[in-house]
Design a protein around this ligand. Structure first.
Ligand code: DGL
Length: 271
């Protein structure tokens, strides 16, 4: 088999949110090339049906394969919830999702065995987080809450607004009553709300950031497979979107903290 360790890591998401994963990958694996595909034409996925999410996920993975990626990271929690095992069976490169890493971290973190999960309606409906947590430890109590208003608030850049804190207080009220000590941020966008979420829950509650955890998992898997890029040069990043590249560029700067240069609009989903 051809040694593909110098090939890029492919990452896809429904839109912009997966850039939180890219940021972590750049931090933890600075020598890797990364190709990111954001399906900005069809975002959001988190309010769509299982069937649509699976179809979109397969199409997105096929786009990345055209760029000879050595691995696919499914940055989107909604896609990881419904399509991960399908992609793992159907594609020849390793495919990594965000659920397992986040669930494992929560199991390791909780002291009082009470974990909360916040995510899109699709991810919550899939019950993938509680299932995965219970696979590791059946004795944990897992509470779930869909937070559909968080994605538009982040896309609007309203991370620090009062209204966002009010929305958070509304969504998290039950978690506070139930005294969870660990909260999984089960959506690409939520790491950007850490300040508000911590304010709402109190500093004693640990926030599990799936983006950080999945980057660690990518590193572990690449190491295990002998696929780490031994290049000493800084890795390159390329970005593909299905719509509105200029808007993507503007908001990407907020997510990543730097201006993206290599950005292409993909014309077709079908191969
Ligand atoms: N990327 C999605 C997720 O992590 C959030 C945005 C969307 O709904 O498409 O579930």
């Amino acid at each position: 088999m051809e040694n593909d360790s110098k090939n890029p890591i492919g990452v896809f998401d429904s839109g912009l949110g997966g850039l939180t994963v890219v940021k972590e990958l750049i931090r933890q694996l600075p020598n890797e090339d990364i190709i990111y595909y954001g399906d900005t034409a069809r975002v959001p996925y988190g309010t769509k049906s299982k069937e649509s999410i699976i179809r979109f996920s397969i199409e997105n993975a096929n786009i990345l394969l055209k760029y000879k990626v050595k691995m696919i990271v499914v940055a989107c929690n909604s896609c990881s919830s419904y399509a991960l095992s399908i992609l793992q069976k159907g594609f020849s490169v390793p495919v990594i999702g965000v659920i397992d890493a986040g669930a494992r971290k929560a199991v390791d973190t909780t002291k009082n065995k009470r974990v909360g999960v916040i995510a899109t309606p699709a991810t919550i409906a899939s019950e993938k987080y509680p299932q995965t947590i219970h696979h590791y430890d059946k004795s944990l109590k897992v509470l779930s809450q869909a937070c559909p208003l968080f994605v538009p608030l982040v896309e609007e850049g309203w991370m620090d607004k009062d209204v966002t804190l009010r929305v958070a207080n509304e969504y998290l009220g039950d978690f506070k009553k139930q005294k969870i000590d660990t909260l999984i941020l089960g959506c690409t966008h939520y790491p950007l709300l850490k300040k508000v979420l911590s304010k709402s829950m109190g500093a004693q509650v640990s926030l599990v950031d799936s983006a950080q955890e999945v980057a660690l998992e990518v590193k572990r898997v690449l190491n295990a497979l002998g696929k780490i890029n031994a290049n000493q040069k800084k890795g390159r990043t390329k970005f593909l979107v299905s719509d509105k590249p200029q808007e993507f560029k503007k908001i990407a700067k907020q997510f990543l903290g730097f201006e993206i240069k290599d950005l292409v609009k993909v014309e077709k989903h079908k191969m």
